[in-house]
Ligand binder design. Structure first.
Ligand code: FES
Ligand code: FE
Length: 410
């Protein structure tokens, strides 16, 4: 359990910032120091919007629980399709109600003394509490709500009392993901990893494709290395192909608008071209599952949604893959990688799970190994912050600025 140091925020905005040279990787303490990690939980993770799950992971009559930084949220969806988010804390004496994970449920029953809540969070039953106990308690003993927003099939929560704005992210995500209708997709595979690296190491790795060519042979079959925001490499072939594919997207009514961390905000949404001949991120180039949602043609490129500090998703014509980071301590991050295909599709008939996951299971695992090696070196006394490439790693520098801003004390 992390104990939050009241001055933890100052270590980032003071000590770490003072030691930081813009355009370089961060000082070692930013990745390894327990007080910095405490600040990250308190000032970054518990103040911002966090990706929890795909909407499809919480259908009506189901729940999904997720713990992060000493907090825990339970998502539920009632029969009227309304999504709810509550603190995973019993209103009797505060027990944790549900373990992380998900499933079907009619009610939520506390394991301690069996207080029972509806999926809407209302207290339904509490035995042996004496006559008129609800009135004695002011009548309000439902689970306490957590801020929650759904954006075109992705669910985000915020534990802060006053969440930062979300409408811009919701609009940008809906603009791109709307036609893919991943809210009606279904999960076909989940992979959970415990990665021995700081969460920022994983974000930094995601924010550049400098490492792609030497490390991601499967990814590079379908993807250009270009397309990460701030990557300044020029490739006339890419530009030509991008222009051609944008015209195809327009003809299908798909948005081609790229939104990259506007005004330093937490989200990026972009539809990127796949290599000529590739309909999706697969090993063969061919679709590996039925078209998603309202799509009628396979040439849709690949939509990327990145939300700081804890997620990225790729949404192709035929499948979506979400990645969620859960920081555990300064040197440990849990990662959940979840694959979705069109709702109602049948394994063995419409798709083969191994084919759907082939590129992104392999690529993700390659990334975790890279991150662990990176973190091991950064943890060493031999580490000195090194220069970021002004050609390929600008998005890392932007992330650092975002992190410093988030880390400022109130
Ligand atoms: Fe939940 Fe007692 S703490 S029923
Ligand atoms: Fe990678």
């Amino acid at each position: 359990m992390t104990v939050v140091n009241a001055d933890a925020g100052d270590i980032v905005s003071g000590v770490v910032r003072e030691d930081h040279r813009p355009g370089y990787s961060l000082p070692r303490a930013a990745y390894t120091d327990a007080d910095v990690f405490a600040s990250d939980i308190e000032r970054v993770f518990l103040r911002t919007w966090l990706f929890v799950a795909a909407s499809a992971e919480v259908p009506a009559g189901a729940y999904a629980a997720w713990s992060v930084g000493g907090e825990s949220v339970v998502l539920t969806r009632t029969a009227d399709s309304v999504l709810h988010a509550h603190h995973n804390v019993c209103r009797h004496r505060g027990s944790r109600l549900l373990d992380d994970g998900g499933g079907r449920a009619r009610t939520i029953v506390c394991g301690y003394h069996s207080w029972t809540y509806g999926l809407d969070g209302a207290l339904r039953a509490a035995g042996d509490m004496g006559e008129g106990f609800r009135e004695r308690c002011g009548g309000e003993l439902g689970l306490r709500p957590v801020h929650v927003r759904e954006a075109a099939g992705l669910v985000f929560v915020c534990f802060a009392g006053q969440p930062p704005p979300f409408d811009g992210a919701a609009a940008a995500i809906a603009d791109q993901l709307g036609p893919h209708e991943i809210d009606s997709a279904e999960v076909i595979a989940r992979f959970r990893y415990r990665v021995a690296a700081n969460w920022k190491t994983l974000i930094e790795n995601n924010r550049e494709c400098y490492h792609c060519r030497p490390n991601h042979p499967e990814f590079c079959l379908s993807n250009y290395e270009l397309g990460v925001n701030g990557d300044g490499r020029i490739d006339p072939g890419y530009e030509e192909e991008f222009a051609r594919q944008r015209a195809e997207w327009r003809a299908q009514g798909l948005s081609e608008k790229q939104v990259s961390f506007p005004g330093g905000d937490f989200y990026r949404v972009a539809r990127l071209p796949l290599r000529d001949g590739f309909e999706t991120e697969s090993l063969t180039g061919r679709l590996v599952a039925p078209l998603l949602g309202r799509l009628t043609r396979p040439r849709t490129g690949s939509v990327r949604v990145v939300t700081l500090p804890n997620s990225w998703s790729h949404v192709n014509a035929d499948y979506a893959v979400t990645t969620r980071l859960t920081p555990v301590n300064a040197g440990t991050t849990d990662v959940d990688v979840t694959f979705l295909v069109r709702g109602g599709a049948t394994e063995g008939v419409d798709y083969d799970t191994d084919e759907v996951v082939a590129v992104w299971k392999e690529t993700s695992e390659q990334d975790w190994e890279l991150c662990e090696r990176n973190f091991a070196g950064v943890s060493s006394r031999g580490y000195l912050p090194g220069p970021l490439s002004p050609v390929t790693e600008n998005s890392i520098a932007d992330f650092h600025e975002w992190w410093f801003r988030q880390s400022e004390p109130d």
